[in-house]
Design a protein around this ligand. Sequence first.
Ligand code: SAM
Length: 366
Amino acid sequence: MTSSVSAPKQRIWTVMEVVRVSGDYLHERGVEQGRLDAEHLLAHVLGTGRLQLYLHFDRPLTRDELARFKPLLRRRGAREPLQYVLGSAPFRTLHLHVDRRVAIPRPETEYLIDVLLRLAGTDRVFESALDVGTGSGAIALALAAERMARSVTATDISAGALATATRNAAEAGITGIDFRRGPLLEPVRDRSFDLVLSNPPYLSDADWRSAAPEVREWEPRAAMAAGEDGLDVIRGLVSGLDPVLRPGGWVGLEVGSAHAATVAEMLETVSVLESVGVHDDLAGRRRYVFARGSGGGRVEQVSSQEGGNGGDSGDGGVARPGAGPDSGVPDAGAGHRERGRRPRGRGAEKRGAGASGGARSGRPQG
Ligand SMILES: C[S@@+](CC[C@H](N)C(=O)[O-])C[C@H]1O[C@@H](n2cnc3c(N)ncnc32)[C@H](O)[C@@H]1O
C-alpha cells in the first residue's frame, strides 16, 4: 500500500479579507482610521492606487504579496506613522521621501502656501525666497516646483533633514536650491530675501507629552517641539528677521493656533514689517501669521470671498498703527479650497490634500 503525503492547504486571502482583517488589527492597536491605512499599505505592496483595490476586492493575494504586506502592517500596528512605513509623503505637486530624520509634511503646510498665493497673488514670482527649517524640503521644493520664486534657499539645523531635502530635490529634478545648515537665520547672514516662509517646531513641552504616539515616539522631537511654551524657535526666528528681509519682503509662519496672536504681536515689533495678519486653516483654526515689509509698494488685495465660502475670523488682520486700509496683509479666507492657478512644476500631478487631522496629529495624508 502506498501513502501520499500532501502539504496542508494554504488559506487564500482576497484583497477584501486582508483589508477587513488588517483594518480591525490596526483599529485594535489604536490607529483611528485603521482600514484606510490598511488600504494604503496594501495598495503600496500591490503597486496600485488605493481606490483600485475596490475594483479588485475578490483578487486573491499571492504568498509573496502577503509576505511583503505583513511587516508593513506590523510597523503601522506599532504606531509608526504611515508615511514612514511607506517611505514617502505627498506635498502639493511632489512626492517626498520621508524617514525618521524629518517631520512628516502636513496638509496644513500645503495650505500655508495656498494662503501665500491668495495674499500675494498667484502670478507673483518672488525674487529670492527662504525656507527656514526645511525638513524634507517640502516648502522650498514647492516654491521651486511651482515657480513661485526665482531663487530658493533652505536651511535646517539637522544634517539628516538636509540630506533628505537634497535627495528630494534631486528626485524631483529640481536644481539650484541653496541648502545651508545651521540654526535659524545664522546660515544666511550674508543674504537677504523678499520672502521668508517657515513651519518651525511649535509644540510646547505639554503638547509633546500628550501628542499621539505617531508623533511622540517617531518624529524627531527637535522638529516638533520648541521649549516649555513652544515658542523658543519662533522667538529666535522673529528676532533675527530684520537684517535678512528686503524692503517690502514677506514673512509667513505656520504656528500653533494658541500662539497665533502672540506671534502676530512679535512680528509687529520687527521694524521692517509694516502689517501683520492672522489666517485660518481649512478647519477654521488660526494657524498662519503673515507679515509684509514696509517700502515694497502696494500688494493687490485678494478678496476673502473669491473661490471660498466666506472669510476667516476677520479679527485676525492686525494693521500697524498708521497703516492705511490697503496696507494690511489681506485676509486669506477660511473656506478657500482651490489650489493656486499657477502652472504646476515638473512631474506634477493633481491630487487632493487628503485626509487631514489635527495639527501635528500624525494623521497620514490620503
Ligand atoms: C516642523 S519641521 C518642518 C519641516 C518642513 N518645513 C515641513 O513643513 O514639513 C521643523 C524643522 O525645523 C528644524 N529646526 C528645528 N530647530 C531649528 C533651528 N533652531 N534652526 C533651524 N532649523 C531648525 C527641524 O530640524 C525641522 O526640520
